[in-house]
Design a protein around this ligand. Sequence first.
Ligand SMILES: C[S@@+](CC[C@H](N)C(=O)[O-])C[C@H]1O[C@@H](n2cnc3c(N)ncnc32)[C@H](O)[C@@H]1O
Length: 395
Amino acid sequence: MAVQKEATLVRQIIRAAGGHAADVRELVAEHGPEAVTAVLVDEIVSRAPHPVNDVPVLVELAVRSGDALVPRRLAVAQGAPVRRAAPDDDGFVAMRVEYELDELVRELFGPCRERAAGTRGTTLFPYATSGTGHIDTYFLAAQQATATVLAGCTSAKPDLNELTSRYLTPKWGSLHWFTPHYDRHFREYRNEEVRVLEIGIGGYQHPEWGGGSLRMWKHFFHRGLIYGLDIEDKSHAEEQRITTVVGDQNDPGCLTELAARYGPFDIVIDDGSHINEHVRTSFHALFPHVRPGGLYVIEDLWTAYWPGFGGDSDPGKSDLTSLGLVKSLVDSLQHQELPEDSGRSPGYADRHVVGLHVYHNLAFIEKGVNSEGGIPGWIPRDFDALVAASSGGAA
Ligand SMILES: C[S@@+](CC[C@H](N)C(=O)[O-])C[C@H]1O[C@@H](n2cnc3c(N)ncnc32)[C@H](O)[C@@H]1O
C-alpha cells in the first residue's frame, strides 16, 4: 500500500471549530493567523463555484485577528477557477470582504449555521481606480465576483447534482442517478468530523483523470477527511482534506493496513473495479472498520449479472456476486429469528448489519449492533396456536 501525504493543521482547525470559541483562539495563538488563514483560503478557493464575471477583478479577503490583519487577494474571472492572486497582480480590486478569523474558522469548519447576515464587513471600491470603463460593467463584475467568493465562504448544504457537474463525477446525469439517494442517507453526517473512504478514485490508467467524487465529498462533508483508494497512482487528486492511497481492493491485507492507519471510517463507498469477487472481498475486509452508526455503500450492482465481471445472468445463481452478498445481508439482518436448530452461528455481518437500503444499482448497508433479540421462544411458532394463545380462551 503506497500512501500519499496527510493533513494535520486542518484537522486541528476542524476540531477547534466544533468546540468553544476559546478553542479557536488557542489554536490561532499557537499557529499564528497567517498559517490558519492559509488553510482557510485553500478551502474557500476549493469551495467557490466557477466565476461568471467576464471582466476580471480581484476580491480582497481581509482576515482580522486582534491587531493583526491578513489580507489575501483572490483573482476571479470567467473561464478559470478562483485562484490566489500573484503578489504583483495589479488588477482592479473591486471589493474587500473582512472577517474575524475565529468567525471564518467556524463558518467554514464548524457545524453548519444557516445565518447569513452579520458575519462580515464589506467595502465596495470605486470603479474609477480601474482607470477606464463604465460604472455598470465594473459594478456587475464586482457583484458577481464577490458572490462567487462568498459562496466559497460558507458550509451551507450544497446541491449534490450541481457538484457532480462542477467536479466531474458520473454519479448523476448520465449512467447513474445516485445523488438523491446519497443526499438522503449522507445529509445527517454533514456536521460531523467524518472520515469517508471511497474505493475507486476514477480515470483508470489515465495519469491525470479522476478525483471528482473525492472533491464532491470534500465539499459536501465540510468537516470531513476524505480518503481515496485506487489501484493506480492518483496522487494528482490530493489536496487539503483529500488523501489518496495506491492499493488493490481485492487484497485484504492492504485494506486492513489502510483501515488501521486511517479508520475507523464513518462511510465507505465501493466504486472500484465492480468485479464481483473484489466487491465481496472489500466488504468483508472493511465493514468491520466502519464505526457503529456508519454506512457501507456499494455502487454499480449491475455487474452482478455479467460474467465479464465475475457475475451470473441467472439471479438464482448469485452465491458469488455482489447482489448475492446484498441478498445474504437480508438474512443477516433477520438471523435472530431463525430456528435454534438452523445450525447457523452468527457471523460478523449477522451481528452488525442493522439496516439495508437497496436502490437501482446502489446499496446502503447500515452498521450497528444487531442484537435486539428474536421473538421469544415461548411465543407460538404456529399461526393457529398463536391465535388461540392471543384470544383469551375465546378461540
Ligand atoms: C468508476 S472509477 C471511479 C469513479 C469515481 N469514484 C467517481 O465517482 O468519480 C473506478 C476506479 O477504480 C479503480 N480500480 C480498478 N480496479 C481496482 C482495484 N482492484 N482496486 C482499487 N481500485 C481499482 C480504477 O483504476 C478506476 O480509477
